[in-house]
Design a protein around this ligand. Structure first.
Ligand SMILES: Cc1cc2nc3c(=O)[nH]c(=O)nc-3n(C[C@H](O)[C@H](O)[C@H](O)COP(=O)(O)OP(=O)(O)OC[C@H]3O[C@@H](n4cnc5c(N)ncnc54)[C@H](O)[C@@H]3O)c2cc1C
Length: 278
């Protein structure tokens, strides 16, 4: 009788252990394991255009579906992807783009694209219709972001160079544990050229202690309280964190702007470790 009872207790113990291991594995899988991304760094993969929103005469937001409604893109914060298309002559063209979405956006990703009249990849995006597929390869890029890796980011963006900045800023501000400060200077030719303005102004309004944006225009409208001309050393001194080992200045824009900004930053005493160009 005793033997039978101890056998039962042993069996019960094993059953409890098996259930505990199964429950633990399920918890690990569903709640702690990061879902696999949809990108392949070696091969282009096709994503279907499901929504196209015209934002201005030459800017549009493209929403692409991921393979399932619960898929995530799997692009590390601040990295970009190569997109492949055909120019107006039918020749292949490949250009880098940074989505404005994060992996907290499930089942899709979005690109905000400015289309230049003579632009080769611009032609491809201009011709795209809902239901078409875009070939994408990635992730690409040297930028790696970990919450708290710096005390503050200064950001110098020109035109479409806003998209990697937007992604990093959004990731910081959406994470309540992340106390990193972000000071953005965003340069454009005209007011109409400013991309994602509504979203950037919302960040500044909702997170006044963590995010600021200073717009600079070459051709400002009559009433304008932002900067005028090109981004100057004085603007950087006024709006960006001072040189320090725990800050970084990120920049992305047309190459003349990138060159001018690198010269300003060097003159102001920002070391190469304190600077990053997307
Ligand atoms: C990391 C990274 C991320 C990027 N993310 C985005 C993004 O999210 N959205 C986006 O729209 N673009 C983004 N770009 C820019 C993008 O890669 C292309 O350079 C852009 O779309 C123009 O390509 P294109 O082939 O149409 O033009 P091209 O054929 O290269 O250029 C044709 C003509 O267009 C004009 N032109 C091209 N680029 C510019 C410019 N930047 N400023 C002014 N005139 C220009 C020039 O006059 C040029 O003669 C990103 C670039 C980088 C490096």
């Amino acid at each position: 009788m005793d033997v039978l009872q101890s056998h039962r207790v042993e069996m019960l113990g094993i059953a409890v252990a098996v259930v505990a291991i199964a429950a633990g594995s399920a918890y690990y899988f569903y709640f702690t394991k990061k879902p696999k991304g949809c990108l392949d760094p070696e091969n282009f993969k096709e994503f279907k255009l499901v929504k196209l929103t015209q934002l201005s005469h030459n800017v549009a937001k493209f929403r692409f579906a991921l393979p399932t409604p619960t898929s995530v893109l799997g692009l590390p914060i601040g990295q970009h992807m190569s997109c492949r298309g055909k120019d107006s002559l039918g020749d292949e063209v490949i250009k880098p783009y940074t989505p404005t979405t994060l992996d907290s956006d499930i089942g899709y990703f979005e690109l905000v694209i400015k289309m230049y009249p003579q632009g080769r990849m611009s032609h491809h995006f201009r011709e795209m219709r809902v239901g078409d597929y875009l070939a994408v390869k990635g992730p690409k890029g040297r930028f790696k972001y970990q919450p708290g890796q710096v005390r503050a980011f200064g950001m110098l963006a020109g035109g479409t160079g806003i998209t990697p900045m937007f992604q990093v800023a959004r990731a910081i501000l959406e994470n309540p544990e992340d106390r990193t400060k972000v000071n953005l200077i965003y340069a454009n030719v005209t007011y109409e050229d400013i991309l994602l303005k509504e979203e950037l102004d919302r960040f500044a309004h909702n997170f006044p202690d963590h995010f600021s944006v200073f717009y600079v225009l070459n051709q400002p409208p009559e009433e304008w309280d932002g900067g005028v001309g090109y981004v100057s050393k004085e603007m950087i001194q006024t709006y960006c964190p001072m040189p320090a080992p725990d800050i970084q200045i990120l920049r992305c824009g047309p190459s003349p702007m990138n060159k001018a900004m690198a010269a300003h930053l060097n003159d102001l005493g920002y070391t190469s470790q304190m600077q990053f160009k997307f």
